[in-house]
Design a protein around this ligand. Structure first.
Ligand code: NDP
Ligand code: GDR
Length: 331
């Protein structure tokens, strides 16, 4: 039975990857940091099938322990401080987790289980300021945030361990990917959640930042399959994973509000505080290499994905409204 160790398993991608690997017959080990309240929300369906390990990407001892206990054939490093906006007020923590955390995990693998295949969650945020479009594996990096800079470090240290120690270590340079499990602070989910609340009468306005930023948005369920495919190849290489289409945040608003019969212009206000100190204006990926070498392609369209997210948020908000306690009777 093949064994996989996943960091960041409680997040969006970790949960889809865990389900995918379980469906392929893997024994899945999930590294989870200690929290005061449980956060298995994304893993409700499979949490009892996962072998849980306690650890933190900033704690090398815990990672050595996790690799030792799981003896993995494959290691997927998905853990990160992954919210770009938070990386400005918390640049050091972001660097410790998202940059140096990668070295910690690579070291644990190198020391304990050097034959394990290693996947690093690299990001299109590494491209940052537009140097060329579409962006591909050879496009130079120009990160625009402490998060982007940390991911560039994580990317190159993965390349370095591959070249220095002959480890099977590779990076997927994934463009934005979303789903009903997306964290609520990211723009797609913030919008679909607000659309549901406005439609159901429990919210009346939505404050937004830069509506002209362009992103290449895909579906997370499709993207985790590419991670697995990368580790099944003969040689470790890096791959761009994207849809090859780009949209503005404004188009996202139009599509999501229109789906429930509303016009976004009646509800959206612009809040200058939500603009970033430095913006990534345009992301558009070229995944030709993944298509030809991995046989991978995106399956779910942007419109389908937004509809899926709005439907899911409508169900969640309806449920919240139903279970809201009735106000106490005043005597
Ligand atoms: P999420 O924010 O949903 O999940 C992040 C995960 O990392 C959570 O499980 C979180 O645990 C865990 N984590 C955070 N800090 C630590 C730590 N110090 N030690 C151990 N675990 C930690 O991210 P996504 O699923 O969206 O993304 C997965 C990876 O892919 C991330 O590395 C992200 O940067 C990268 N990426 C994502 C893209 C996207 O569009 N989604 C695109 C390109 C790259 P907890 O639940 O306890 O907070
Ligand atoms: P991003 O995702 O920074 O691309 O990083 P996010 O959804 O946060 O922002 C996308 C774009 O939308 C603009 N925007 C807003 N963003 C948020 N969050 N909230 C708003 O109100 C808002 N208004 C406009 C932003 O300025 C930005 O241009 C995601 C993360 O998953 C990273 O971990 C991952 O590496 C990259 O995608 C690829």
């Amino acid at each position: 039975m093949r064994r996989a160790l996943i960091t960041g398993i409680t997040g969006q991608d970790g949960s889809y990857l865990a389900e995918f690997l379980l469906s392929k017959g893997y024994k899945v080990y999930g590294l989870r940091r200690r929290t005061s309240t449980p956060n298995y929300e994304n893993l409700e369906a499979v949490k009892d099938d996962i072998e849980w390990l306690s650890g933190d990407l900033t704690d090398l001892a815990s990672l050595i322990g996790a690799v030792h206990l799981s003896e993995p054939h494959e290691v997927y490093n998905l853990a990160a401080q992954s919210f770009v906006e938070t990386s400005w007020p918390q640049p050091l923590l972001t660097g410790q987790i998202t940059a140096l955390g990668v070295t910690n995990l690579l070291e644990a693998v190198r020391i304990v289980q050097p034959t394990a295949r290693f996947y690093q969650a690299s990001s299109s945020e590494m491209f940052g300021k537009v140097v060329e479009t579409p962006q591909k594996e050879t496009t130079p990096f120009y990160p625009r945030s402490p998060y982007g800079a940390s991911k560039v470090y994580g990317h190159w240290i993965t390349v370095n361990y591959r070249e220095s120690f002959d480890m099977f270590a590779c990076s997927g340079i994934l463009f934005n990917h979303e789903s009903p499990r997306r964290g609520i602070e990211f723009v797609t989910r913030k919008v679909t959640d607000a659309v549901a609340r406005i439609k159901l009468g429990v919210q009346d306005k939505l404050r937004m930042g830069n509506l002209e930023a362009k992103r290449d948005w895909g579906f997370a369920g499709d993207y985790v399959k590419a991670m697995w495919l990368m580790l099944q190849q003969e040689a470790a290489e890096d791959y761009v994973i994207a849809t090859g289409e780009t949209r503005t945040v404004r188009e996202l608003l139009q599509i999501a509000f229109h789906y429930v019969g509303l016009n976004y212009e009646d509800y959206v206000t612009i809040d200058p505080k939500l603009f970033r100190p430095a913006e990534v204006d345009l992301l558009l990926g070229d995944c030709h290499k993944a298509k030809t070498k991995l046989g991978w392609k995106p399956e779910v369209s942007f419109e389908e994905m937004i509809r899926m997210m709005v439907d899911s948020d409508l169900r969640k908000v309806e449920w919240e409204i139903k279970k809201r306690p009735r106000p106490l009777a005043v005597h």
